[in-house]
Design a protein around this ligand. Sequence first.
Ligand code: AHM
Ligand code: MG
Length: 336
Amino acid sequence: MKRKTLTQFLIEQQRKEEALPAQLRLLIEIVARACKAISHTINKGALGGNLGSLDSENVQGEVQKKLDVLANEFLIDANEWGGHLAAMASEEMDTIHRIPNRYPKGEYLLVYDPIDGSSNIDVDLSVGTIFSVLEAPADASGREIREEDFLQPGTRQVAAGYAIYGPQTLLILTVGTGVYEFTLDREMGSWVLSDERLRVPETSAEFAINMSNQRHWDAPMQRYVDECLAGKTGPRGKDFNMRWTASMVADIHRILKRGGIFMYPWDKRKPDVPGKLRLMYEANPMGFLMEQAGGVATTGYARILDVQPEKLHQRVSVIMGSREEVETVAAYHREA
Ligand code: AHM
Ligand code: MG
């Protein structure tokens, strides 16, 4: 069977009535190319000399892995000359990266987490690159892009996706017409369509959360997880399974493929911080994918994609996945 490549898929999207703009197609191809380079580097592991941590911390005070910094550079180098971007922002950079004056500028903003789940790199578990694309505000043309230009709710994303570097290297993508999966064919060097129109099952009995934080959660979260643990004889009437990889891409990928619920809620240790995960780099792109696959993404109190960002590195409480489970958690928040 002849399979479709990412290039073919994107060109077909461009030919549709609701056409994918050519500049956006180019941007996605370039991000996908950078992900190939990241995959290659991760694959070499210790032989490439790229494992381990650096002495530096990122803007959120987290120790940077060598690969966090390398992958960030790959994405900048791949994208800044292409002419399709107005600016970029990354979890690993303090502020936005403007396109240098020597290159033409475009109308898109690229937001990304170069390596998500990076605590897993050195132990050879799956990690990934998450990205989200926004349009630069109309009034930004002809002036310098500012951080505020990025502060758009997730509903304004025009594309989002992630690459997952696991047993297979995959690219999961949405341009607002469903969710598509491409597998990296290493011999050919191309991304090949391997699954399409992914649908998250409406019901599930599998939850993903870092259970070691249980005592710090608020009442609705305690209630939901207690009820999962109570199993068949409890109020939910079914036995639940639990999975947690500490790599959001891996946990979300499992849920996109076979259902479940992913939760990283607010907790009492940092009452003023709404959660651990970042709205712009993690929650919004994953929320967009989840909704495009028929799932739901909420903070507990509001749809993630409706949250108006106030800061580039803003954190948020994240609950997403199979409709029935996410709606149960949201109902417990409303009742509390
Ligand atoms: P990172 O972007 O610094 O890798 O952090 C995000 C990761 C997510 O991939 C994962 O869901 C979470 O942090 C795991 O956190 P914890 O170690 O608290 O379980
Ligand atoms: Mg991350």
